[in-house]
Design a protein around this ligand. Structure first.
Ligand code: NAP
Length: 326
């Protein structure tokens, strides 16, 4: 078996860092791609990476992760710096790479434009496989206009399908971790669980660490299909309320927050009123995620949690129990 070289774009981010850690559990060399001036890669992975700007680049793969934090093996992680608008620098950064894993985050300029640039460079550099920054619910058949971030993924997926490279998307539903923070579905202090239209709609959740683990396994799986669907847990709002009641010994009630249709209309108004359409996660985008989930349009239908063997997936209950300290 030869060591697989995986380039991770967005490795300085929350999920990207976890993907790098998961890749390092296997026989891999990891190349971290970061933008000039970001600075985060130096802090996270060491400061002697190669810069590959056009004309002056010394070629990717010669930098080392020397001086990295304790748990980043210096001899297995390189940092390469390239601007996504610099095609030659990207091609140079991708030389000798087997698989690209994208974990970049943003709106059109990132999910469509930067990933298109990365894809074009990957094709030119002869990279065999590409994993886009999806890590989402099933965005493929949602209603047009119902979820901006999902539709940007769908737009880039069309490019990926047309490119001469093998692609695999990881679809995982929502990050379970968000139930205790960013996703305002559980009102812990008021002991309420919100739902729209139906408290019995199945919702897919996977923790960031489980998504990272599966993404690393997908990166090392040359036979991976176009889409790998996983779900650490599949629960309804009703089941979440029951779980919280059991965990706390006090009743968490369901609260109807309206229909999916009214939520969708509110998101449209919110978007129209918002000054900056480029913010990745404004409140109206959060509403659109709930629309996609509670309408059932983005539900996963081909979950294959066993694809890479037995694994204890972290459940919604596990995450809630840890949050509540019970
Ligand atoms: N399913 C869910 O519930 C859920 C929740 C949250 C996130 N996600 C998804 O998970 C993925 C990773 O998200 P994250 O939260 O880990 O992201 P993050 O922490 O914000 O980091 C993303 C990385 O993207 C790179 N980046 C930022 N702006 C860029 C630009 N203009 N061009 C190119 N690269 C840029 C940065 O790397 P450098 O500065 O090093 O270049 C940054 O570290 C995204 O697809 C996100 O939508 C899914």
């Amino acid at each position: 078996m030869t060591t697989t070289t995986v380039l991770v774009a967005g490795a300085t981010g929350d999920l990207g860092g976890r993907i790098v850690a998961a890749l390092l559990q296997h026989d891999t060399r990891v190349r971290v791609l970061t933008r000039p001036g970001s600075g985060a890669a130096d802090r996270q992975y060491g400061g002697t990476g190669t810069s590959t700007s056009t004309g002056t680049g010394t070629g990717a793969g010669t930098g080392t992760g020397a001086g990295t934090g304790a748990d980043v093996p210096a001899d297995r992680v390189d940092v390469v710096t390239a601007d996504y608008s610099d095609h030659a620098a990207l091609v140079s950064a991708l030389a000798g790479v087997d698989v690209v894993v994208s974990a970049v985050s943003g709106t059109r300029a990132v999910i469509v434009d930067a990933q298109r640039a990365l894809l074009a460079a990957a094709v030119e550099a002869g990279v065999q496989r590409f994993i886009p920054s999806d890590y989402a619910a099933d965005y493929r058949s949602i209603t047009p206009g119902s979820n901006r971030n999902f539709e940007l993924r769908r737009e880039f997926a069309a490019d990926l399908d047309a490119a001469p490279i093998r692609a695999t998307s990881v679809l995982n539903g929502a990050f379970t971790d968000m139930l205790t923070g960013q996703a305002p579905m559980i009102l812990f202090d008021r002991r309420r669980v919100l739902y729209w239209s139906s408290a019995d709609q199945v919702l897919d959740f996977t923790t960031k660490d489980d998504v990272a683990r599966v993404t690393a396994l997908v990166a090392l799986d040359p036979g991976a299909p176009r889409v790998v669907e996983v779900a650490g847990d599949r629960v309804t709002a009703r089941q979440i309320a029951a779980t919280l009641s059991r965990l706390t010994g006090t009743t968490f009630r369901l609260q109807w927050a309206g229909t999916v249709g009214t939520l969708s209309a509110m998101a449209k108004v919110g978007r129209r009123l918002s000054k900056d359409d480029d913010e990745p996660f404004p409140a109206w985008q959060g509403m659109q995620y709930f629309v996609s989930m509670f309408s059932g349009e983005a539900e996963l239908h081909h979950v294959d949690d066993e694809r890479y063997g037995e694994h204890h997936w972290t459940t919604v209950r596990d995450v809630l129990a840890a949050h509540l300290g019970v």
